[in-house]
Design a protein around this ligand. Structure first.
Ligand code: 5AD
Ligand code: SF4
Length: 433
């Protein structure tokens, strides 16, 4: 969601006549998009903000500095004063007001706060979103979340769930495919909870699946309690990509209940079985939290047991971080730091084994890769994603962002594959005039 919001903001900046700076030094405006899901992300955002407004402003007096995203929504006017001194703060539902704010800034105004809780966030022109590639797009179907998981700050900084009108979603996706997009990722904090005037998520998927040109249709994030069998069965057929992100959070029923997640480990495993049964080669990615208040050794063993059973293809693991406004922040019962660290390491080690097992069978196989950027390790090499959303590095090939190729896999790592292009299927689409 933050990536999409950055693209929405970049589109507004371009529409106002701004162009991307060559480097940070030469930028006349810096807009920080921020996350507050864990304390570390929030601290990083405020520390980067202070660097910009204190040290850098001393050197470059004209630079404007703004903050958007969850930290902006959470801290609001506090970011306009010491020690942060942002010039403007943009709430999570206010991105479409950026253009108007830029005009006010250019007219000399400072200290602008645009913050409207529960703002729909849909009032933007889809043709102005500045995407990295014309081949891939994030499309939001809902914003906010009404689940109130006891550890999570999202409902407080992104508001309760607001669903987007199906017509508007379908029009945007049609517009995207007409300009060469083949890979759409639908976004919602709890995407399966989508419903609008009797149109449920599965109905929306059905309509989108029929749009010409669609090759990879994905959605994130799936809440296990809201994933239904109809959706899973639909995922079995093209253009659905064999990929799902379905956070487990904990494998202990006691902790799941304290987290207010609304499912048991058995219910979670049932959904994993549906996916394994109906969606061939489906990659299942999960999020798991370690050190929730009062988590015992037995609770943690339950989590490891589910990780072993589910054989996740990938896991994002997090150490619990108490967040303002949330119920769990008042639970007390903190787990000792050393204990949490040791559990976290065990989870990482187990998942590393699983990842290796899941990626090894790709060696010597041919996979379709949609090139989406340069490799992190070697900036001259390109990389892309397989239909299962696995990163594939192509170190010996020169490709353009947006190209679709076939690659033979030569090596499997823990989190990514290495391949060699064997066939070029589609060139990068021509940019908009
Ligand atoms: N502490 C640690 N991790 C968290 N997440 C959400 N809230 C917290 C928190 N307070 C994790 C969850 C979620 C992912 C996006 O971030 O695992 O799925
Ligand atoms: Fe947070 Fe739970 Fe909503 Fe996910 S489903 S955004 S974890 S409240």
């Amino acid at each position: 969601m933050n990536k999409l919001d950055s693209e929405l903001a970049a589109g507004q900046l371009e529409a106002a006549g701004f162009v991307p700076a060559r480097d940070e030094e030469s930028a006349c405006l810096v807009l920080l998009n921020t996350c507050s899901v864990r304390a570390k992300a929030q601290d990083k955002a405020t520390s980067v903000l202070s660097d910009y407004t204190q040290d850098e402003r001393a050197r470059n007096g004209h630079r404007l500095v703004g903050v958007m995203g969850c930290v902006a929504q959470q801290m609001k006017e506090r970011l306009l004063t010491a020690p942060y001194h942002a010039d403007f703060v943009l709430g999570t539902g206010n991105i479409s007001q950026l253009r108007e704010i830029l005009e006010r800034l250019l007219a000399g105004e400072r200290g602008i706060l645009a913050y409207e809780p529960e703002c729909s966030g849909w009032d933007y022109d889809p043709s102005t979103v500045r995407r990295k590639s014309l081949r891939s797009a994030f499309v939001a179907v809902s914003r906010g979340c009404s689940n109130l998981c006891s550890y999570c700050i999202v409902p407080y900084v992104r508001g309760t769930i607001r669903h987007r009108e199906p017509k508007s979603i379908i029009e945007e996706v049609k517009l995207l495919t007409e300009t060469g997009c083949i890979d759409v990722c639908l976004l919602g904090q709890n995407v399966n909870a989508y419903r609008y005037d009797g149109v449920e998520f599965v109905h929306l998927l059905e309509r989108l699946a029929h749009i010409d040109g669609m090759r990879r249709l994905r959605f994130i994030t799936t809440h296990p309690k809201d994933l239904c069998l109809d959706t899973v069965k639909m995922m079995a057929h093209p253009p659905f990509a064999p990929y799902i992100s379905m956070p487990l959070q904990s494998g202990s029923d006691r902790v799941l209940c304290l987290m207010n997640r609304g499912y048991t480990k058995e219910e979670y495993m049932e959904k994993v079985c549906w996916l394994r049964e109906h969606v061939e080669g489906c990659f299942i990615s999960s999020d798991i939290m370690v050190g929730f208040p009062g988590e015992t050794d037995a609770d943690f063993e339950d989590t490891l047991q589910v990780v072993r059973l589910a054989q996740f293809d990938n896991v994002y693991s997090f150490i619990y971080s108490p967040r303002p406004f949330t119920k769990a922040a008042g639970f007390g019962n903190e787990v000792e730091r050393e204990v949490v660290k040791a559990r976290f390491e065990r989870l990482l080690a187990l998942q590393r084994e699983n990842n290796t097992k899941r990626l090894r069978p790709f060696v010597r196989k041919t996979v379709e890769v949609l090139v989406d950027g340069m490799s992190r390790k070697d900036r001259s090499a390109c990389c892309g994603r397989s239909p299962q959303n696995i990163i594939v590095n192509l170190p010996d090939d020169r490709c353009e962002i947006g190209e679709l190729v076939l690659a033979e896999i030569t090596k499997a790592g823990i989190h990514s594959l290495v391949g060699k292009v064997t066939k070029r299927l589609m060139p990068a689409p021509a940019p908009k005039p």
